[in-house]
Design a protein around this ligand. Sequence first.
Ligand code: HEM
Length: 295
Amino acid sequence: MANAQPKDSAMPYEGPKVYRRDELTYNRYLHVEELLSLQTLQSDPPHHDETLFIIIHQAYELWFKQILHEIESAMAAMNERKVLRAYRRLSRVGQIMKLLVSQIHILETMAPVDFLQFRDRLNPASGFQSIQFREVEFVAGLADANFLKVFQNWPEYQTALRRRLDGPNLRSCYYDLLRSQGYRIPPGMGTPGHQPSEAENLEVLDALRELYQHPNHKLPLYFLSETLIEFDEYLILWRHHHRLTVERVIGGRKGTGGSTGVRYLESTTSKRCFPLLWEARTYLTKEPQYEGEDL
Ligand code: HEM
């Protein structure tokens, strides 16, 4: 089997290599120098904790970018009826979101009085103005035209949000996919501006019950549906964890973005991207048995 080894793995390590300046090295490929020059402190004299505050937000924004990238691809896969590909993309999103939930707690190592030393300098900057966070919400089916007002003086941001508002979203793509797989989903479900009637919701609940009662009949679709619930769950968890971190750091103060702070954040925790996927659970029954099904 020794012959099967790649040739260069048999060569002895000769110590660190010298790279030419014109080679594509790690630092050049990743623009490390530019990346590390992007933390501009507002505090003067510089406050020790402001570096953490900036880096953690920047890290979130990078992950939001990746999440949007994966969701775009998952929607395209659903449109092409490539269920496993959509599943894989959204599984990745789930793992990223899991990281984002735990990441917020790093900020709790910052003493409330330390944050107060530079908080006024940030005013009126707030996560409330994160364009990518809103895009994630919009593309996941939580489009709310009221948020466009925040970006009145940034037409390019408004265009990005309007594209999400009017375009396809995860919810509409998922319903289209279910329909293409033979489930009875009323037309227009999940599409922007469509307010489903009670009867339409019941029809979707019936379809979801069929899928969840017999996962083996459409296993990839079942697993895909679970990644959507997982996405929703992590987003809700993030909202709760962020809300708690905020209370721990600024208590009942108003937000720099102008909201009531914790009270506003509390009100967002009831948002659901896939309310019918949650509701469908209520109607599942013990029968028929999973006999012969290997879930
Ligand atoms: C000490 C740390 C933090 C504090 C005190 C804080 C405070 C707040 C407050 C009070 C709000 C409500 C809007 C406002 O009036 O400003 C808010 C919203 C928000 N924050 Fe934070 N935040 C912190 C960390 C973070 C981090 C690390 C992120 C990561 C991106 C983040 C993202 C957001 C987002 C996306 C919103 C909008 C939520 C929504 O509208 O549903 N925040 N934050």
